[in-house]
Design a protein around this ligand. Sequence first.
Ligand SMILES: [Fe+2]
Length: 276
Amino acid sequence: MDVKLLSGALGAEISGISLKDINKEIFNTVNELLLEHKVIFFRDQNITPEEQIRLAKFFGPIEEHAYVKGRDGYPEITRLIKGADEKNQWGEGWHSDVSFNIRPTKAVILKSIKIPPVGGDTVFSNMELAWETLHDSIKEKILNKSARHYSLGADSFIENFKHFESNGNNPKEYYNEHPIVRTHPDTGKKILYVNWMYTKTIVGMPKEESAYTLNKLFEHQSSLDFTCRFSWTENAVAIWDNRSVIHYAIADFFPGRGMGHERIMDRVAILGDEPY
Ligand SMILES: [Fe+2]
């Protein structure tokens, strides 16, 4: 096994492990690597949909997406298709997946099916580092406070994306409240748990102060010093710890740039715990 760090902040590319052959022992190694690096990448993993689902189940129960329908025959898999003529890409902007749910996603296993010749990288940012490096005055201000995470409603997941369909769940917007500083259930580390896309207000704080504080946190958490960037190839697999990272899908391969490329990914998500 070889582990190549992607940056000094987080992320590692792992070689010498076949995810096709996953068993309890290999899973333990993969899980340790995930907890250490927060996002791990594997190239040339020609796994079937069944094998991707099997791998996911080692981490825990599979999560159904809040709004988006799964693949035909594989309801556990959400196929993310950005058409060649589309400008928008699912996952643009900093976020942690479905942080608006009572039990947000624990981890995601994303497999690339079709990748543009250039563009479409994904960037991840380390939220333990974001917490550690916050100024003491703002740490004091947000510790023991909660924030509201809004789901934005089904349209924001489906409307702008030609190939996405509703799974029939209630399309209305809803929200849940989570501690701004959560504790990782496996490592005990503190994590800055807000994100630009879904976190809208701090509970019990005047409106203007809440907006100001959140903007400061969003600015801080997206600092390039906390990030790594993965350039996809086909048949690559990314596994990220959705509790301790935020991520951003870069949409730089759309027709307006003279680069109308299709991109296809298969996503399986694992249900997480209630943040505390
Ligand atoms: Fe995402």
